[in-house]
Design a protein around this ligand. Structure first.
Ligand code: CTP
Length: 398
């Protein structure tokens, strides 16, 4: 998510510096280039060796390196960066930044950098609440710099209050949001279901379907790339998803999927029900494996809850609800009926008739119907692109 982004990371002397190796690792994992500049005091909390190993670059502290007769150019570093992040930022460094007191390499670099700047304070609560610190923070915000609010919690002093540096994962999320060009869904909460459900017959057998989960996972990935905070509720699948804005809940049966959806749905802005939920489940689940000799005369099934229908009943005016329909006959009419009966804003119609579309393939061919009678037809394309088409339609609704 941060591929090729150049991040100049200023580290100052706070105990929160112990979190910086994690931060550097996360940034590198996201594809960023990280140049660390640290103060002398920061080196008491974390070693330059650790940070240079993790960032794959020499770490700078001193303007002049007497060993090899070279000097480190604060101007070059400032010009190189796409973003400068000071984390942790001590009260002393905030004060120096606010007053142009450039008495070390980090501060001369700060004054030279023309890129956007984020700062993540870390200090004891009384230091953070002191009027002079507050003034400095406000002054820095007035320069257009972004404050990464410290969190409330137990501090190194044993006191409790605001002063803990924001967690590295959240700092990375913030940078991803900052760099993401299309932020249509920033701050929006999405619930996306994916994959099949398995309905147990006995401890070793189940009724399932061929859904791979590919469509739902592509939707989750693409929505997160546009800034959405996504919860994906997935039935059994081999797929993985790695995005800081995606939280995954794994379920097996339709009943478990319904329980998870019920909990998440009230706080969501957009819900996309792309899971292939079983419509029926065995009435009785065998405690032990049903032996060959005990062949049941019939397998009695009972209906599962229609999750989408229930969500449609609970939906408030500003929530967007999107369903899928898989039809073999009278496709448009049936899809439109589902759209109305389930109180949806959009329905995505898959056709099993088209080659390369539907279950178990990497491509899909869909039509999207809205609740105003419009119908949009798309060609056969990779599920990632289909996901983009669906999200484009949704962005027109919120
Ligand atoms: N769905 C659901 N809960 C169920 C069954 C389906 O939430 N128990 C959702 C699916 O995720 C999909 C939509 O309902 O978004 C339509 O699913 P589909 O299988 O096409 O239709 P059904 O409503 O099950 O109706 P039918 O099987 O009669 O076509």
């Amino acid at each position: 998510m941060l591929k090729g982004k150049k991040i100049l990371l200023g580290v100052t002397g706070s105990i929160a510096a112990y979190k910086i190796p994690f931060l550097v690792r996360l940034l590198i994992k996201e594809g960023a280039e990280v140049q660390v500049v640290m103060t002398v005091n920061a080196r008491n909390f974390v070693t330059p060796l650790t940070l240079s190993t993790l960032s794959n670059r020499p770490v700078h502290t001193f303007p002049f390196d007497e060993n090899n007769g070279s000097w480190t150019s604060h101007v070059d570093m400032g010009a190189w960066a796409d973003v400068m992040l000071i984390a942790p930022a001590t009260a002393a460094t905030l004060s120096k930044m606010a007053n142009g007191h450039a008495d070390n390499l980090l501060l001369t670099t700060y004054l030279s950098a023309k890129c956007p700047l984020f700062f993540a304070p870390a200090m004891d609560l009384d230091m953070f609440n002191h009027p002079t610190t507050k003034q400095n923070v406000e002054k820095l915000q007035g320069f257009g710099h972004t404050l990464i609010e410290p969190q409330v919690g137990e501090l190194a002093s044993g006191l409790c209050g605001a002063g803990r540096m924001e967690e590295p994962e959240n700092i990375v999320k913030l940078l991803i949001k900052f760099f993401s060009t299309d932020q249509t869904f920033a701050g929006r909460k999405f619930l996306i279901t994916a994959g099949p459900t398995y309905e147990a017959i006995d401890p070793v057998r189940f009724i399932g379907n061929h859904s791979s989960g590919h469509m739902g996972f592509a939707l989750a990935q693409k929505a997160a790339e546009r800034g959405a905070e996504v919860t994906i509720i997935s039935g059994p699948t081999h797929l993985n998803i790695q995005h800081p804005l995606v939280e995954r809940i794994d379920v097996v049966s339709a009943a478990q999927m319904y329980d998870a959806c019920k909990k998440i749905f009230p706080g969501t802005d957009v819900t996309i029900m792309s899971a292939a939920v079983a419509d029926f489940t065995p009435e009785h689940v065998g405690d032990g494996k049903i032996k060959k000799g005990n062949r049941p005369a019939a397998l009695k099934l009972m209906p599962t809850t229609d999750i989408l229908f229930q969500l449609g009943r609970e939906k408030s005016g500003d929530q967007v609800l999107v369903g899928f329909a898989l039809e073999t006959d009278n496709e448009i009419e049936n899809a439109r009926l589902k759209l109305q009966n389930k109180n949806l804003d959009l329905i995505v119609l898959n056709s099993l008739k088209d080659q390369g579309a539907g279950f178990g393939v990497a491509t899909n061919k869909v039509s999207i119907l809205d609740n105003k009678g419009n119908q949009f037809k798309y060609g056969l394309k990779p599920k990632e692109e289909v996901a983009e088409d669906i999200l484009d339609r949704i962005s027109g609704l919120i």
